[in-house]
Design a protein around this ligand. Sequence first.
Ligand code: TYM
Length: 336
Amino acid sequence: MTTKTTRVVSGIQPTGGLHLGNLLGAILRWVRMQDETECLYFLADLHSLSEYMDPAERRSSVREMAAALIASGIDPERSVLFPQSAVPAHAELCWILNGTARMGWLNRMTQWKDKAGKNREGASVALFDYPVLQAADILLYQATHVPVGEDQKQHIELTRDIALKFNADFSTDLFVVPEPYIGGGTAARVMSLRDGRSKMSKSDPSDMSRINLTDSDEDIAQKIRKAKTDPEPLPDSADALDGRPEAQNLVGIYAAINDESVDQVLGRFAGQGFGTFKPALADALVALIAPIRSRLDELRRDPAELDRILADGAARAAAIGAPVLVKAKSVVGLTD
Ligand code: TYM
């Protein structure tokens, strides 16, 4: 990526804490991208309205998630870090884009299908409209790259469709068509420690299914010890892990942490069982997470400073987004 012509935008829902899937799938890449270009990162508190959450918890989760991002390496001086709801232009642009997005497009979103399940009639309108707000988040800042995990790819593709249709319908080139930026290999999709076929997620009722940033070293070691595996030794190539989702996931996590390929990892562990591999993985995880956890403990002690950082970020984000919203309003004929 080259500088100047690129702009990175991404968000995370402030529900529950950060887990290893977020960290490897998205956040560590957010951190690296700060060295390359201008980055805006936000806490998607408006998106969190799509499901009921205790209001006091929502408020504290925004600070907690901001602290977790800073602890993970997001530098609020270099990057713009803010709560989505503090920049009303997100919601305003969402409404404008609601005129462009099609019901059929939203109906095909797998996240909508998964989350609404059989109870579509009882799902919130916000859950259905969720991807349009996500499109507004991205298009407001004319983002060129959106670093996300694999599960968000479809939403970024929808954002592209909305941008293209809007530009065509209103004969404008206002919206930049963004590229999803999905981490290579296994980190793009970190799976549950209890079931290698479902993704690691904060909504999984079993805490043993995920590694949280707040887990102690002992918690991490125990979760890895108890992680589901199979009785076979590790093979010598990535292809041979096909059909072994749990093994694939654990080796993938190890590779992502060490910034190695799965084949490189297997080069060292081929022929060995999980009795050897799991302690090595637990050590690697502790080395990654323990320093983040202790920074997080520090940051939590100063909520006023976090609020200051977020207010500063919101003011900077609002200034970047304002001209695009002004133009969008005039393009659709709301203003001259
Ligand atoms: P959210 O809050 O579910 O997740 C934040 C980021 O973490 C990634 N991720 C994963 N990656 C790999 N393996 C996993 N198991 C895993 N779980 C989560 C997600 O892909 C995401 O990148 N809709 C978004 C938030 C959002 C957004 C946006 C993102 C709102 N507006 C605009 C980008 C641009 C979400 O719910 O992410």
